[in-house]
Design a protein around this ligand. Structure first.
Ligand code: FMN
Length: 378
């Protein structure tokens, strides 16, 4: 099968993934909060950015290699952390970490993933990033940092755009609970998705394994009241100082949209800022992530990581043109996995690389960073 002919774009992977994932899981993966205006705003704002093509510039051989946080990567792309990744596709964390290590790109493991840092860390080729939903209890906090560092994670991501649980109405309507409980309605959906069902039957119903050490099942009916939320606090600047003092590796703060926060984050000793609106899943009046990038770029010299709604190589170039150093994708890697199994992530990386190279050729530049300041907002 020629994958490039059958699945040339993320849209093709998404369509196939939807046919292979049960509906209630699809709603978890695909939904945002409120009326999903922020989700749409991300797409619209990316589409508004244009470049003037270049002519008569001779042959262009693009160079996508990028250094971030002291590591060299073959392309400026990584896999964003997704909670309950292994619910979306069986064994997702292991498959994604392995694919990322093979491609030489970073993989983010969520605190509320279905696998532990001990299992995933050794698979990441030293490029694993551990994403922290901040535990309230100082002992649990210290233990998680110890586990992440001891498992080989080089970088800690503190997510700050989830001070409270958001309401995701589509997710609520879908009947998904935490931990997932297979009611007859959900079972009927599972029965229509044999590959997912067989994989899940083989591995067991996924749950937040990293938290097993700290708490037993809460049995809540509300999908936003799971053990992850019960353990975590809403962090403040002192919490960040505590983390900086107790984490020797690189520290990244994820979920920043306000340029005014950048200097203070810099003072607090963080190593990079991750500009994100959580793909529209937290706050439906948030600006598009791409819209705030230039102001944050102007406010700090720290490396900037970007995500939210990237749907191809051109969007990666747009983000870099607006000031990002590195771009993470969350849902697309899960579409790829659900669509094509273990080979999906490599195919997605291939799509992104080809797409970036083709567009750099149109623009007559070798490196994505050569595009800084060249995008126009229409
Ligand atoms: C299903 C789902 C679960 C997520 N879980 C987490 C999480 O546990 N921790 C976190 O920091 N971000 C989480 N995110 C946000 C992603 O890390 C990332 O910011 C976002 O998905 C990027 O946008 P994209 O999916 O359009 O690429 C989640 C996103 C999705 C779609």
């Amino acid at each position: 099968m020629d994958r490039n002919a059958r699945y040339p774009a993320i849209a093709d992977l998404r369509a196939r993934a939807r046919r292979r994932i049960p509906h209630f899981v699809w709603e978890y993966l695909d939904s945002a909060t409120g009326s999903e205006a922020t989700l749409r705003r991300n797409r619209a704002a990316l589409d508004r950015l244009t470049f003037l093509p270049s002519i008569l510039h001779g042959e262009i051989v693009s160079d996508l290699t990028t250094t971030l946080l002291g590591d060299s990567h073959p392309l400026p792309v990584g896999i964003a952390p997704l909670g309950m990744s292994g619910l979306i596709w069986p064994d997702a964390e292991r498959l994604l970490a392995t694919a990322a290590a093979r491609a030489g790109i970073p993989y983010g493991l969520s605190t509320v993933a279905t696998q532990t840092p001990e299992v995933i860390g050794p698979l990441t080729g030293g490029r694993g990033w551990f994403q922290l939903y901040p535990p309230r209890d100082p002992e649990i906090r210290a233990d998680m940092l110890r586990r992440a560092a001891g498992s080989g994670f080089s970088t800690l991501i503190l997510t700050v755009d989830v001070p409270v649980a958001s309401r995701r109405e589509r997710q609520l309507r879908s009947g998904l609970t935490q931990p997932p409980r297979l009611t007859p309605r959900l079972l009927a959906q599972v029965a229509q998705r044999p590959a997912w069902a067989l994989g899940t039957a083989r591995l067991g119903m996924p749950h937040m394994r990293t938290l097993d050490a700290y708490s037993s099942d809460t049995g809540s009916k509300d999908s936003t009241a799971h053990v992850g939320y019960l353990l975590r606090t809403s962090p403040d600047w002192d919490y960040l100082d505590w983390l900086r003092a107790h984490w020797a590796g690189k520290l990244v703060v994820k979920g920043v949209l306000n340029a005014d926060d950048a200097p203070r984050l810099e003072q607090a000793g963080v190593d990079a800022i991750w500009v994100s609106n959580h793909a529209g899943r937290q706050f439906d009046a948030a600006p598009a992530s791409i819209e705030v990038l230039p102001a944050i770029r102007a406010a700090t010299g720290l490396p900037l990581i970007f995500d939210s709604g990237v749907e191809g190589g051109l969007d990666i170039l747009r983000a870099i043109a607006q000031g990002a150093d590195f771009v993470m994708l969350g849902r697309p890697f899960h579409y790829a996995l659900a669509a094509l199994g273990a080979d999906g992530p490599a195919h997605l990386i291939d799509i992104l690389s080809r797409d970036m190279a083709a567009n750099l050729g149109q623009l007559g530049v070798v490196r994505p960073t050569d595009l800084r300041g060249r995008a126009t907002r229409h």
